[in-house]
Each structure stands twice: as structure tokens, then as C-alpha cells.
Design a protein around this ligand. Structure first.
Ligand SMILES: [Fe+2]
Ligand SMILES: [Fe+2]
Length: 249
């Protein structure tokens, strides 16, 4: 686990504060922790899908992608459908999307399709854990975290896409760092799940960074450092609500 975490810790500018871990251990925060995590998995899938749709912009691919995520969105935002049916929807494969001419776009699509599959699988796994723990899904407000980073995204292309990919990298890396920070403090079954997620997610932040670098065609170190500082500020400064990516409350 330490070898997986080392590049993540190097990338992030700070560790999760002790006070956040203390709050996460409170039994009354467990349902918020899991529900917010659940929604984060869907958002990770959605943002990867938005990135693909910029490239796979033909109608057939667009429709296939939208149909793939729709049952998950219906469940999460409209409280519609039975979550157990969602496992049957983890079915979109790379082959369902037409091949692109530009090899670079194809690489982005392949990476993002794999990422969406993984995130949707995690979404289902969180629902399974919630079911075992007797936690029912309900709508909750999102934290300031992603918004706090995305408001600094530049408004011209390709800078917008580069910045969004860097934000995505930080969100992924922080999630991994938090899984590792939480694992020793939660019940063994949940701890095992967090460690399995860490293994599956550890590569995601680098996928985003590599894509951002390729897209820029030059060093993105300065933007990475900038968002690293913004991210650390959001993680370390007092927050109003406890969430998976909140600051200390
Ligand atoms: Fe995930
Ligand atoms: Fe991820």
C-alpha cells in the first residue's frame, strides 16, 4: 500500500488533517461519508464522459455514452430505479464507440472508457456496502471542494480542458489519500473496501495528468502547483459541513 501511496503523497501538498479523520470516525457521520463517496464515484464517471464526448462527438457515440450513465443518474438525482439492477449496466465497451482517426484522441477515449467502467463499478460497490450497513440513499448537498478548484479553471481552450484534467487529478489523488487515512479507523469490512479502491484508483490521477500534459504540449508544472495550493487550502481550512472531501469541521 505504501508504494501506491508514495507518488500520491508526493503530488498532494498536504495530508488529511487529524480533525477530519476524527469527524469521519463519528458513527453519526458514516452515512454522509458513504453517500457523498457514492456521488463522487458517479461524478468521476460523468466528468470522464464529458471529456470523451468532446472527442467522440458523433451522435451514435454520444447516445451510447448517455444511455450508459442514465440509470446511475436516475438513481442518484431522481431517486428512481432499483440499485441492484445497476450491475447489469456496466456493459459499455470500447468497441461500442467508433474508432477515431487521430491516435491521440483514441488514447484519451480508451483511458476514459476504462475509467468510467471502474468508477461505475465502485458506485455499485458503495451501494452494496451501504446495503450491508443498513444505510439508505438520500440526496445530500455537495461539498465546496470540487467547486472551489473548478472556479479557477481558465475560460479559453485548450487551457480549460488542461485545468479540468489537473483538477480531476487532484480529486482522484485526494480520494486515494483519504481511503488510506480512513482504513485504520473504520470497521474491517469497510477498511478492506477502501484498500481495494486505493489499488484501483491509484493510477487515475496520473492518467489525468498525462492527458493534460499531452494536450498542452509543454510543461504544465506551474498550473499543477497552482491547483495543488488551492486544493491544500480547501483541505486544511475549516469547513461548514462534513463531506468526503471537506476540510475539518
Ligand atoms: Fe472510483
Ligand atoms: Fe477514480
Amino acid at each position: 500500500m505504501e508504494s501506491l501511496l508514495q507518488p500520491i503523497r508526493q503530488f498532494l501538498h498536504c495530508d488529511t488533517p487529524r480533525e477530519w479523520i476524527e469527524a469521519a470516525r463519528e458513527p453519526e457521520n458514516l452515512s454522509i461519508l458513504l453517500i457523498d463517496h457514492l456521488v463522487c464515484e458517479l461524478k468521476a464517471a460523468q466528468s470522464a464522459m464529458l471529456l470523451i464526448r468532446r472527442y467522440a462527438d458523433d451522435a451514435a457515440s454520444g447516445d451510447a455514452l448517455l444511455a450508459w450513465l442514465k440509470p446511475y443518474e436516475d438513481f442518484t438525482y431522481r431517486m428512481q430505479g432499483d440499485w441492484r439492477q445497476l450491475a447489469a449496466h456496466e456493459r459499455l465497451t470500447k468497441a461500442m464507440l467508433p474508432k477515431r482517426d487521430a491516435p491521440y484522441s483514441q488514447e484519451l477515449i480508451d483511458k476514459m472508457v476504462l475509467l468510467i467502467k471502474e468508477e461505475l463499478h465502485h458506485f455499485y460497490q458503495v451501494l452494496e456496502i451501504m446495503d450491508e450497513l443498513g444505510i439508505a440513499y438520500e440526496n445530500i448537498s455537495s461539498s465546496r471542494y470540487a467547486r472551489g478548484m473548478l472556479k479557477h479553471v481558465r475560460t479559453h481552450e485548450p487551457a480549460t480542458l488542461i485545468d479540468k484534467l489537473i483538477c480531476g487529478a487532484y480529486i482522484e489523488a485526494r480520494s486515494c489519500e483519504r481511503f488510506a487515512a480512513l482504513a485504520p479507523h473504520v470497521d474491517p469490512q469497510l477498511a478492506k473496501f477502501y484498500v481495494s479502491l486505493l489499488r484501483s484508483e491509484a493510477r487515475h490521477f496520473q492518467d489525468y495528468l498525462e492527458l493534460a500534459e499531452q494536450l498542452a504540449g509543454h510543461s504544465i508544472d506551474e498550473r499543477v502547483r497552482f491547483f495543488g495550493e488551492v486544493e491544500a487550502q480547501l483541505i486544511q481550512s475549516p469547513d461548514t459541513e462534513f463531506r468526503f472531501h471537506s476540510g475539518p469541521v
